[in-house]
Design a protein around this ligand. Structure first.
Ligand code: NDP
Length: 248
């Protein structure tokens, strides 16, 4: 029997990179997955690719996770169309890297609104039906930068540290309802987000990774799969770093 048979999952930022691989892995193990991203083209293409391998498993939904009202409407729609959600993965995230001296208010707001408020918006939207669903799991994709900071990423670091605090508080609030809430803190994972970085920055990061290589999206999807599984029922409020040893 597949691990996620009869389970409904929502993956934000499922259109590309880590989120797409998380959505694919959950679908591969039997879940019906709502693939959520900002642009209809991105989540549509991701859902189509997943359905090509696992027919009928993925449905695309486009929304800006920072838009509170739109996310509440979408949560109702997904619950009606797919059923009460068991697994919510808050993965949508953006960077607007620059030194604090040069950072504009807009750079700060965009990153905080997407990476942190986005998770608040989805948890608010899905939490009630989740409390009655089987094995309810909230998994937030944070970052090692939320644990150790990084020059040029004050906005991103604050958003991910905030997401870790949010994870622990949600874990405490919903523990009595059987909902677990954990964070995964990826290190450097090869995706569009990291492809943008200059070669010199990539080399400097690589030198700090004890396992000696960048991570792959499947490394994060494997951890999310475990946290979403029945076997992880006794784990809540934790931050699991998947980073090649960067933050040990
Ligand atoms: P990508 O840039 O490859 O993909 C980001 C995804 O998030 C896209 O699908 C994008 O939608 C979606 N998204 C962005 N903004 C919004 C929004 N406002 N509303 C809805 N969806 C949105 O990122 P990664 O796969 O690299 O990263 C995924 C997560 O992992 C992020 O939270 C990131 O911070 C975190 N992370 C990544 C690391 C890495 O090394 N790559 C390291 C540590 C953490 P669309 O496709 O429509 O543009």
């Amino acid at each position: 029997m597949s691990r996620f048979a009869n389970k409904i999952a929502v993956v934000t930022g499922g259109g590309r990179g880590i989120g797409q691989d998380i959505a694919r892995s959950l679908a591969a193990e039997g879940a019906r997955v709502a693939v959520v991203s900002r642009s209809p083209g991105s989540c549509g293409a991701a859902a189509e690719a997943i359905n090509a391998d696992f027919p009928g498993s993925a449905t695309a939904y486009a929304v800006d996770v920072a838009d509170h009202a739109a996310v509440q409407d979408l949560a109702k729609k997904i619950t009606q169309e797919l059923g009460p959600v068991n697994i919510l993965v808050n993965n949508a995230g953006v960077t607007r890297d620059t030194l604090l001296m040069r950072m504009k208010e807009e750079d700060w707001d965009t990153v905080l609104d997407t990476n942190l408020k986005g998770a608040f918006n989805t948890v608010k939207g899905f939490m009630r039906p989740m409390m009655k669903a089987e094995d309810p799991r909230i998994i937030n994709i944070a970052s090692v930068i939320g644990l150790i900071g990084n020059a040029g990423q004050t906005n991103y670091s604050a958003s991910k540290a905030g997401l870790i605090g949010f994870t622990k508080a949600v874990a405490r609030e919903l523990a009595g309802r059987g909902v677990t809430c954990n964070a995964v803190a990826p290190g450097f994972i090869t995706t569009d987000m990291t492809d943008e970085l200059p070669e010199a920055v990539k080399e400097a990061v690589l030198a700090k990774i004890p396992l000696g290589s960048f991570g792959e999206t499947k490394d994060i999807a494997a951890m999310v799969g475990f946290l979403a599984s029945k076997e992880a029922r006794y784990i809540t409020g934790q931050v699991l770093a998947v980073d090649g040893g960067m933050t040990m």
